[in-house]
Design a protein around this ligand. Structure first.
Ligand SMILES: [Ca+2]
Ligand SMILES: [Ca+2]
Length: 150
């Protein structure tokens, strides 16, 4: 279970490539499109604090700050300091905000989740199998190593 938690935290970092959306950090990567859709809906519900059906940059920033605080509390409970990492500012990327209104709708968030799913689903059978998951994990490691080396 521990590795699972770690890998979904890593996924959250990767996800910031498109949108700096807060992932809970406890969600396993989706195995099916239905799961990917459900996770997008979950995430959307968490982010859309005022429940108006749009996620604004302010809502993303608030979610990010809450996440950082939770992480800091978790680290403190273990007697550790937060790793000194440059903070990524939340932003609403054009890749997810496809209608360009500066907010993210549920449809936009779902579309992005499915797009990511399709990228992982190398053999296009509509499911992410272990091999595909492994491949994704490797890619993630490489990308992270590249970032750290910057
Ligand atoms: Ca909202
Ligand atoms: Ca939009």
């Amino acid at each position: 279970m521990k590795t699972l938690i770690l890998s979904s935290a890593a996924l959250a970092v990767v996800a910031t490539g498109g949108i700096a959306v807060a992932q809970g950090g406890r969600m396993a990567p989706p195995s099916t499109k239905a799961e990917a859709t459900a996770q997008a809906a979950d995430r959307f519900a968490r982010l859309d604090a005022d429940k108006n059906g749009q996620v604004t940059l302010a809502e993303m920033t608030a979610a990010r700050e809450a996440r950082m605080e939770r992480r800091e509390a978790r680290m403190a409970a273990k007697g550790k300091d937060m790793p000194d990492r440059p903070a990524r500012e939340p932003r609403i990327g054009k890749r997810v905000d496809t209608d360009g209104d500066g907010q993210i709708s549920l449809a936009e968030m779902t579309a992005q989740a499915l797009e990511r799913f399709d990228r992982m689903d190398a053999n296009k059978d509509g499911a992410i199998d272990t091999a595909e998951r492994e491949a994704q994990r490797e890619k993630r490691k490489e990308r992270r190593a590249a970032r750290m080396g910057e």
